[in-house]
Design a protein around this ligand. Structure first.
Ligand code: FAD
Length: 467
């Protein structure tokens, strides 16, 4: 084991900070370079997914680096989705029929700060700020940064350089632009963008609406969601088309139209948001996209990880969780690392890529589910049945959502394959009126399992026939 290898990490976001901590714990010399100022000293979070849904795959990573007890106080459990209809009625739909399965709302800034503190506490890890990576020579393992303090360029080299510099990764850009090897890359934008808004706390610091849920106002073509923060506020996100529909980001151009839109579509939310107009015009509107690429690595010199390798849309609440899981999965390959980085990076990517491709596709599916299907009666009947199956047969049934979110020991690909087959089975059975919710649940479970297995077998046969 070449423990003294020098590792350079570009980007001290969620993935880069966790990776630095883990590699530091393993004894490597780690230098992290971040473009922005130190978020522990300067408030730089405005308008950029202030809080995130943090669930079992991410928690597994936090456990790996031994800081679960420090992360827990930052979490607000969210047991289910609180659906708000246009009339202001609400109903809570739990994420799972097992009471120990819930997701958490966590502050991006607080979690990143915790990871940075823990990484920096190690003698062999340093983090430097205000230095932007401009280019990477991946043949020679060097990276050039613009130092915003001195205004000078610096070039650093390392045994391995990791690009954890997010969806707009400079390392990925250099792979793509330099055309020195066969690099495949796709970037697909949604027609919808997002804007962050807020529900402020009550005067005495309390929550203006139910604290332990992820609130959703599904409206077919668009939606509003809200996640709680520890200070009693909620971060609210509007997902809306840029240019389609009666109201869209391009035509919400003055306070009257914005208020009219909210009055019509989200009247109960508007009541909680006297600050709506200020937020709306102060905060940026941003695009949402999926990035897939391969290979993630070049020889043994450089490696993409986190959003830099696989940016996904946020509708499964899995982008950070998947980026954290990258570190957990990579860590397994380090157990067998014998000093040959090329072999290690290659083996990791080979095993990991199908799972990150799967969560990218699942996240797109959930875009439609959240904004539309959650309010659909067939979907609600399905959720009710799945909840009953999970409650009554906790060891025998897990919905697709549970497989993805709470089953951290199976990969996203397996969760997707099994989950989709189950969904198809149940929806077909409900549509064909083959399910009587009052019938014997054990019998229903058997039929769902049987139907699911048949679908999985058919899929298997179809796959073989493609070759
Ligand atoms: C609206 C929204 C909501 C989301 N909600 C969730 C959620 O609920 N749950 C969830 O799991 N995920 C969620 N995500 C996804 C999550 O934010 C990302 O998957 C996660 O931030 C990826 O972490 P990362 O470290 O790979 O990238 P980032 O967090 O983007 O970090 C990249 C870091 O690199 C730095 N950097 C960038 N370029 C350079 C450069 N050239 N030189 C030096 N440094 C550089 C950046 O400043 C940043 O600090 C959401 C995303 C969005 C947009």
């Amino acid at each position: 084991m070449t423990k003294k290898d020098n590792i350079l990490i570009i980007g001290a976001g969620l993935c880069g900070s966790l990776l630095a901590l883990r590699l530091g714990q393993r004894g490597f010399n780690v230098r992290v370079i971040e473009m922005r100022p130190d978020l522990r000293k300067v408030d730089i979070s405005a308008g950029r997914s202030i809080n995130l849904a943090f669930s079992d795959r991410g928690i597994k990573a936090i456990r790996l680096v031994g800081i679960q007890d420090k992360a827990e106080p930052l979490c607000i459990p969210m047991n289910g989705r609180m659906i708000h209809d246009k009339e202001g009625n609400t109903f809570l739909s739990n994420y799972s029929g097992r009471s120990h399965e819930y997701i958490n709302s966590i502050s991006r800034g607080e979690l990143t700060a915790l990871l940075m503190d823990e990484a920096e506490a190690l003698d062999n890890v340093t983090i430097e700020f205000n230095k932007k990576c401009k280019k990477i020579d991946f043949e020679n393992s060097t990276a050039t940064f613009k130092d915003y303090n001195t205004k000078e360029d610096i070039t650093l080299n390392a045994d391995v350089i990791f690009g954890t510099d997010g969806a707009g990764s400079s390392l990925r850009k250099s792979y793509y632009l330099e055309k020195k090897f066969l690099f495949s890359f796709s970037q697909n934008y949604l027609t919808h963008g997002y804007k962050e808004l807020s529900i402020l706390p009550t005067d005495d610091g309390g929550f203006k609406t139910y604290k332990n849920a992820l609130h959703i106002w599904p409206r077919g073509d668009f939606m509003l969601i809200a996640l709680p923060n520890l200070d009693g506020s909620f971060t609210v996100t509007l997902f809306l088309s840029f240019d389609e529909g009666e109201y869209n980001f391009n035509n919400l151009t003055n306070p009257e139209i914005v208020r009219k839109f909210f009055q019509k579509e989200f009247p109960d939310a508007l009541e909680l948001m006297p600050n709506l107009v200020e937020d709306f015009f102060e905060n940026p509107t941003a695009a949402l996209g999926t990035v897939k690429c391969s290979p993630w690595h070049y020889k043994g010199n450089t490696m993409l990880m986190g959003d830099a390798a696989h940016a996904i849309v946020p509708f499964y609440g899995q982008g950070m969780n998947a980026s954290f899981e990258d570190v957990v999965e990579f860590d397994k390959f380090l157990d067998n690392h014998k000093g040959n980085w090329e072999t290690t990076l290659k083996a990791y990517e080979k095993s990991r890529k199908k799972d990150t491709d799967a969560i990218a596709d699942l996240a797109i599916d959930n875009f439609f589910e959240m904004r539309d299907h959650v309010a659909n009666p067939i979907f609600q009947k399905k959720r009710k049945l799945e909840m009953a199956l999970e409650e009554n047969f906790p060891d025998e049934y897990s919905s697709k959502y549970s497989l993805v979110t709470f089953n951290e020991d199976i990969g996203y690909y397996e969760a997707m394959t099994r989950g989709r087959a189950q969904d198809k089975a149940i929806l077909n059975m409900i549509a064909d009126k083959e399910i009587d919710l009052n019938a014997d649940l054990k019998e229903i479970l058997k039929r769902v399992q049987q139907e699911t297995n048949e679908i999985l077998e058919e899929d298997q046969v179809a796959k073989i026939m493609h070759y």
